[in-house]
Design a protein around this ligand. Structure first.
Ligand code: FAD
Length: 441
């Protein structure tokens, strides 16, 4: 049998990794590779570093954990900074690998990279970020419903979520010199110290992902009250915080889904346990929307091709980014994002609505700012939700959030706003210090 290169992307795990399993079954030895895309260390069209310090730090921790897991299986990780679609075929040839195996992605840049690799090397791509694969859903991709409820009901009725795959016992590996992983500073980043006010000190890697799963389900039973607490703003357990690990694939959605079902069978099944599966299906839905609409999810008119005239006012944007707009609920949320890389779902909806409807700024700038800052940035969830907020996505209604009313409903005693607004912080200086463009090369 030949050798193959296994290209890790947003699937930084050994458990429930179908591409990895297939690669091991059909090849003598593997070359496990991760290429940190150097384009993500640069700025986007709005001047934001695409991979900001919080997610970079989380990614490096995830890779460290992956490398250790590989070493336990008799393998290792070849890490490089570069352009994946150039490095992957080059390494495949250099190490005599007949083909490339990897997980599939669903968005424009990632699909272009897949096509470029395929042009140079036989390549096999596997779905590993979905609950249910496209072959199993009861509609063609061109007919993915435009309304979430229709998608959800049909998937719930007609599809089973497969059990997660076990990790491989051993990974026979091509001989190579593994170089150590870099740290954030070596890559030119300044990573802010952990802010004690943050909801959680996110730590990357599969080990931490499973710890969090155990914590949220078995240790605290927080899952059993999730539907009541999910709109919270302070503390670690009002929601699961699974998003960061899901985003880079340290854990699979199927692993979470089946753990929720195990909890339902062994401990308690109620509206809250169902709601976690309901939210995982939202995540799934945006992946299917991306498959259906391709590049449109990044265009200003969104999937509706809506002719909206957006503004671009730099000063106004900076106020939004630094949490100094004067709307205290928006400001508190934007500062939480700035200082920690995380914001609650309630907060995200409010600040997005404010940017689009109050400030009339282009939703894509908000999406790009989130892309830079969020520890849990996921291309389809982010752009799907932002299109929604911008009124150009899967909701035909323009949903405007009244931020004053929302603050009263969800932060009636003002504790959340005090937490982030009181004190001597200077968000502008913080932004300039940590979010300067990263020098590359
Ligand atoms: C403008 C905007 C941008 C967003 N950007 C992202 C993003 O880049 N990455 C991201 O993972 N989520 C994004 N979300 C969705 C949601 O806010 C986060 O998934 C959630 O807050 C993460 O915290 P949690 O894991 O504790 O969520 P929980 O409430 O515990 O939900 C469990 C899981 O369900 C999924 N989920 C929940 N809500 C949504 C949703 N609205 N859309 C898609 N999936 C959902 C996530 O995978 C989440 O981890 C965005 C929402 C908005 C309004």
């Amino acid at each position: 049998m030949p050798n193959a290169l296994f290209w890790f992307r947003n699937d930084l795990r050994l458990t429930d990794n179908p591409g990895l399993q297939a690669a091991i079954q059909s090849n003598t030895s593997l070359l496990p590779v991760y290429i940190l895309d150097e384009r993500l260390l640069q700025t986007d069209r709005w001047g934001f570093v695409r991979l900001g310090p919080y997610r970079l730090q989380f990614l490096l921790e995830s890779l460290k954990d992956l490398k250790e897991d590989l070493q336990e299986k008799g393998s290792d990780l070849l890490f490089k900074v570069g352009i994946p679609e150039k490095e992957v075929p080059r390494l495949a040839q250099a190490y005599d690998c007949a083909s490339v195996y990897a997980s599939k992605e669903y968005t424009h840049e990632e699909l272009k990279a897949e096509a470029a690799v395929e042009e140079q090397q036989p390549a096999h791509f596997y779905h590993s970020a979905l609950l249910v694969n496209p072959e199993e859903v009861p509609f063609a991709i061109e007919q993915v419903p435009d309304v979430y409820t229709q998608f959800r009901k049909r998937v719930e009725k007609y599809c089973d979520v497969p059990q997660p795959l076990d990790p491989p016992a051993r990974i026979p590996t091509v001989s190579f010199d593994a170089t150590p992983l870099p740290d954030a500073e070596t890559l030119g980043y300044k990573v802010p110290a952990t802010d004690e006010r943050g909801v959680l000190s996110f730590k990357g890697g599969a080990l931490a992902a499973y710890d969090r799963l155990d914590h949220y389900l078995w240790d605290t039973d927080a899952l059993a009250t999730y539907k009541k607490t999910r709109n919270g703003l302070i503390g670690s357990d009002y929601s699961s915080k699974f998003s960061a690990w899901l985003a880079n694939g340290s854990i699979s959605p199927r692993a979470i889904y089946h753990e929720v079902e195990a909890y339902e069978n062994e401990r308690e099944k109620n509206k809250s346990t169902y709601w976690m599966k309901f939210e995982l299906l939202w995540r799934e839905y945006f992946k299917y929307v991306a498959m259906r609409y391709g590049k449109k999810i990044f265009l200003k008119g969104g999937i509706q091709d809506k002719p909206v005239r957006w503004k671009y006012r730099e000063k106004m944007l900076r106020k939004w980014m630094t949490g100094t707009t004067g709307d205290d609920f928006v400001d508190a949320n934007m500062r939480e994002l700035l200082y920690t890389g995380y914001m609650s779902n309630r907060g995200r909806q409010n600040v997005a609505s404010y940017l689009v409807h109050q400030l009339k700024q282009d939703w894509r700038i908000g999406a790009a700012w989130f892309e830079s800052l969020l520890v849990d940035y996921d291309v389809t969830s982010n752009y799907g939700n932002w299109m929604y907020a911008g009124g150009v996505g899967n909701d035909p209604r323009d949903r405007v959030f009244n931020t004053k009313k929302q603050a009263n409903n969800y932060d009636g005693d003002g504790a959340y706003r005090r937490l982030w607004l009181e004190g001597d912080h200077d968000p502008g200086a913080f932004l300039d210090r940590f979010l300067q463009p990263i020098p590359v090369g």
